[in-house]
Design a protein. Sequence first.
Length: 420
Amino acid sequence: MLRPDAKAAAVGNAVDQDRLWDLLMRLAEIGALENGGVNRQALTELDTEAKNFVIEWARARGFSAFQDDAANLFVRMPGAAASQDPLIVGSHLDSQPTGGKFDGAFGVLAGLEVLESIRQQGLTPERPIEVAAWTNEEASRFLPGATGSSAFAGTRELSAVLDNRTVDGARVGDELAASIAATRAELRPIHSVRPCASLEIHIEQGPILEQAGLPVGIVKGIQGVRRIQVEIVGETAHAGTTPQALRKDALDGAARIMVSLRSLTKDDDDILRLTFGRIDSFPNSPGTVTDKVRLTIDLRHPDKAVMDKVEGLIREVAPAQAHPCRTEVRVLSTVDPIAFDPSIIGLLENCANMMNASGPLMLSGAGHDSLHLGRICPTGMVFVACEGGISHHEAENAKPFDLALGTRVLAAAAWTLANR
């Protein structure tokens, strides 16, 4: 089992709470909103400004900066064995349109604080350490989400994304080119680096840690996500003259499907997540019986077999409950769950104990860049409590002490992995 040593403890304890908080607040000025949040969507001028802010910080301390074909940014601390595969620590700088200061950004800046803590101790790791800012984790401006990390990991081809359009009508390939040109970092091929391992720290984006009175948790895996669309086709009719028994009401069928699925998928362990997030109704007129509904379902679970079983249940329930309407069920997108590397989980637990930050093992209900990094190298995540579990909102907040404590765990683990 990987165990942190005295130098790992020194690096962790060198994390400076005030220095980290100051850096977070300075970055939050880029794209700042009046209610305390940020709007710094991917590949916008503000996103590029944030990257250049990170680059300036890095160069002022003697670190180099690189970007790749997906506009991912990397800040590199050299290792004594320069040719060895680097450890990657990172997250994302882009935000939702009314996002918070900490989602993603904390993970990038915590990585910078790790580098600074090592530098302040006068130490050089055996392996290089790179802090990554991955492109478009949020998918608020264009699809798909986690564009940069998935392209880097090879779980999705970058070429398949280039002709997609942003919400403001721009071609993604053109926006990538513009961002790369405006980012003051050397360009390197996207697959020129393969990490030995990766780490990510992130606010929890949920209430579990805060409710337990714990600042830090160790993530054991990320739930899979499957988006399923059920189309129900009925028959338009007059709302006042058509008897109930003779109707083919697609919206009524959708309601029965939802009620039935909610009952049949009840999970006493509260692990399964089934969300009816969108209903498109046609003709969407109060005086007309609905003839078509598209119901979009968000299905999440850490076990792919369970996801497959629930998808099968949806395919059975839909035609039975929507009769006499016709139904069609199709999968819009799917991302398989991932269990993080046991050795990395064990290391993070040991580092948390060393830093007096022991917390629970947790599943992540939200997707993260680490889901893609975990397909190509040993990967782990640390969660830090956020106030009220609020995220993707201007009110998003976290305590400086908690953020620093989580970063100490991250720093001790990063030093250990970079010297194994």
